[in-house]
Unconditional design. Structure first.
Length: 160
């Protein structure tokens, strides 16, 4: 039997997570992005709106996701609520790496997504761990490594 130190952090039931995200998205839409949307200086990480192109439908898909700033880049974790598999937004970005992000109080901007590996992944993972101390415990719930995704600004392009 594992000790408290080795036991992964407890997560709420999946149904609760899904309901919470639906409520979050509804509040975002109703408030035009003013509610539940923060910059990274509030708590070390922020929330942004990411719009991708669906890999199957070709339709725009938007999600609100946490990010860290790393110079001009934005860093995301493709964690799928700490469940198995990769989130749809990351699968969409693998197929179509160009996307649009909107941060609180800023205009939309075009970015290009790519996963990082090796030392760069380790460095960015440690930055996330500094603001989320239970990160390794959450990641330990998954059988695969959680992708670390960088959104790099695209110069001279305007979102549609």
């Amino acid at each position: 039997m594992g000790t408290e130190a080795t036991r992964p952090p407890k997560l709420p039931p999946r149904w609760f997570v899904h309901v919470a995200w639906r409520v979050h998205r509804a509040l975002y839409r109703l408030s035009s992005g003013r509610f539940l949307w923060t910059t990274s200086n509030k708590r070390g990480w922020g929330a942004l709106r990411l719009t991708t192109v669906g890999r199957k439908t070709g339709q725009e898909r938007s999600v609100i996701i946490g990010y860290l700033e790393d110079g001009p880049n934005l860093v995301l974790l493709a964690m799928n609520g700490w469940d198995e598999g990769h989130p749809s937004w990351w699968l969409n970005l693998e197929a179509h790496p160009d996307a649009v992000v909107r941060l609180a109080g800023q205009h939309a901007r075009t970015v290009r997504a790519f996963p990082v590996t090796g030392e760069e992944r380790d460095r960015l993972w440690q930055r996330w761990a500094a603001v989320e101390p239970q990160l390794d415990g959450y990641a330990g719930r998954r059988s695969t490594e959680t992708p670390v995704i960088v959104l790099e600004p695209r110069q001279g392009t305007r979102p549609p």
